[in-house]
Design a protein around this ligand. Sequence first.
Ligand SMILES: *Cc1c(COP(=O)(O)O)cnc(C)c1O
Length: 348
Amino acid sequence: MIPEIDLYSDTATRPSAAMRKAMAEAEVGNEQAKEDPTTNRLQEMAAELLGKEDAVFVPSGTMCNAIAYRVHCEPGDEAICDKTCHVIHFEAGGPAALSGVMMRPLDGVRGIFTAEQLAAAIRRPRHHHPRSRLLSLEQTSMGGGGSVWPRHAIEEVSAVARKAGMAVHMDGARLMNAVVASNITAKVMAAPVDTLWLDLTKGLGCPVGAVLAGPKDFIERAWRFKHQFGGAMRQSGIIAAAGIYALKHNVERLDEDHVNAKALGEALGNVKGVKVDPGQIQTNIVFADISGTGWDGFELSKRLLSDGIRIGAFNATTMRALTHLDVTREQCLAAARAFETAVLEKRV
Ligand SMILES: *Cc1c(COP(=O)(O)O)cnc(C)c1O
């Protein structure tokens, strides 16, 4: 059953009529020979937007991380990131399986750690240590509830990493949410990091695709692993056109998603037994603590689905809702009302 109001993820969007039109009309060629004019254009746009020398179009964000880890690291290297990061929890062990990389989680607050924490974790170069090689930041932090890495903090941790000879990578799945929320350009936000990517399917409304950017030599190496991992495509302009459309039309409107997330969070927080930390909602993700309701998160999620509303359980006591361009403010509030009704059922 397709839910009427889908707050499970900001990937729960369908390409709009205008996006589909752009896709249908895309000029295409062989991507692998760099002869697909639409893919080339998207790559140029992304490189320009992110202030990097070059960029490459990739089928998914997960593959962007996989390629970046493979290019930056060798087996036995260590990547340092926050304990909540997507790479650790939701990429099927990719760094270990594909690059032989060890993950070193730091205990940040809402996904954000300090330069001091990083400095303390970086290992001194010794033959018997894994090599601390890569710093990976998530902007916004999904596990942190959509929190935004402040620009100065990115600068500080990057400086510490660079001094230790580490490369700095940004998982920018929701970079544009951070850009819109903090009113800083993507280029300025990305300046301290070596490589980064953004997901065209997270809140930007595309059916598929992500773009990975960095220095020329990095992107050249990235192409090798894009082939090796099976991410080289053919007439990819048909999907790249959606990305171009999204970057032109669906970025500024992310602010609406942020406003809706605040309204949704406030409504959920008013339900008896539910706790929402209003300071947590910086972008389009809402975490609601339901431990005071008697519900198990996965059961509550199932119950809501019977009302045509999908809100995921992040774990047994936390519900996670994401706003996006296919849900209106009214739908968010309707979902909150259904949520309240369901929660109250448990008490009778
Ligand atoms: C979704 C997500 C990814 C993976 O992107 P896909 O396009 O789903 O492969 C990586 N990192 C973060 C923070 C994400 O939210």
